[in-house]
Design a protein around this ligand. Structure first.
Ligand SMILES: Cc1cc2nc3c(=O)[nH]c(=O)nc-3n(C[C@H](O)[C@H](O)[C@H](O)COP(=O)(O)O)c2cc1C
Length: 300
């Protein structure tokens, strides 16, 4: 049985990655699960300088998932290079750096600083709904998407994954724009904008009022978008949104995804990535699938 997958020349031992922002840089999770069993660790968004994120409350539980408005809190790229790369390199897993910025220049600063560093891929986050500048403002306009990707790609010395926003009417328009701009792969979905109100306090639950929704309830939407995107671009797609186990992951692979990422499920089960790998293997064994290419994109 072969669970290996190749994303733009980078070989992952299995197709299961962590979703950015739900696994930190792997340090805390490494005490609870074996990082060697994960195809790739996608780290929390890294900016050119430290960001303090949004004021609390910035997390809320909702039916079938959660809302967050963390706002890409992170210690900055210099800290990341010094501390997180050496930590993650102890493990036999691929390192994917989620890159965030408030402007094209800020994205480019991060990518330039990462040149020559021992990481495997970059993931450009142009889809965060929790920042006022950059993020989703870039990721929902196809003209802007193409421009940002084109500019950042010029400075990147690693394959560039572009992370798409689901907060659009037609995800194929931004997917094609990212591919035109030079994206080596696409990942989707980031969170869907949502809201919760505390009726007793007559106030929004989140300080920023609106946050990003993730978790099992978004899975059918994510799956539909991955299916649509896989039909319209030639680059590999990493599917995410509500994936909690091997069966969920197989659905995304059948829709055309080359790999998948586990996000919110990590908060419920810190071993969700390892369990998903095992679940995929069990499916392959049960249905005599020797290579994932036999089931990838089989839904017409
Ligand atoms: C608390 C939290 C923080 C997140 N931070 C980031 C981030 O830094 N960069 C990013 O691209 N996506 C971020 N995301 C989005 C996830 O990576 C993922 O795209 C989304 O949650 C959907 O997957 P899920 O339903 O499995 O969580 C974050 C999500 C959550 C819940």
């Amino acid at each position: 049985m072969d669970t290996k997958v190749n994303i733009c020349g980078v070989e992952l031992k299995n197709p299961v990655m962590t979703a950015s922002g739900t696994f930190g840089s792997g340090r805390e999770f490494s005490e609870l699960t074996d990082l060697n069993g994960i195809g790739g660790v996608v780290v929390k968004g890294v900016a050119a300088v430290p960001w303090k994120g949004n004021p609390a409350p910035r997390i809320a539980e909702v039916y079938g998932g959660m809302l967050n408005s963390v706002g890409l809190q992170n210690p900055g790229v210099d800290y990341f290079i010094e501390n997180d790369i050496p930590f993650l390199r102890q493990f036999d897993t691929k390192i994917v750096v989620n890159v965030c910025g408030h402007s094209i220049d800020q994205y480019k600063d991060v990518v330039r600083k990462l040149r020559g560093q021992d990481v495997d891929m970059l993931e450009l986050n142009i889809s965060c709904p929790n920042v006022d500048e950059g993020g989703m403002a870039f990721g929902t306009d196809p003209v802007m998407v193409e421009k940002v990707v084109y500019e950042v790609k010029k400075d990147a010395d690693k394959p560039l994954i572009v992370k798409l926003s689901p907060n659009v009417t037609d995800i194929t328009a931004t997917a094609k724009a990212a591919a035109r701009g030079g994206a080596d792969a696409l990942s989707l979905i980031n969170t869907l904008t949502g809201m919760k109100i505390d009726i007793h306090k007559r106030a929004p639950v989140l300080y920023r009022k609106i946050g990003g929704m993730s978790g099992p309830a978004v899975k059918p939407i994510a799956l539909r978008m991955v299916y649509e995107v896989c039909k319209c671009v030639d680059v590999p797609v990493i599917g995410m949104g509500g994936i909690s186990n091997g069966e969920d992951a197989v659905e995304f692979i059948m829709a055309g995804a080359t790999a998948v990422a586990i996000g919110t499920a990590n908060f419920i089960n810190p071993r969700a990535t390892a369990d998903t790998v095992r679940g995929i293997e069990e499916y392959m064994e049960k249905y005599n699938v020797s290579d994932l290419s036999e089931i990838r994109g089989i839904i017409e």
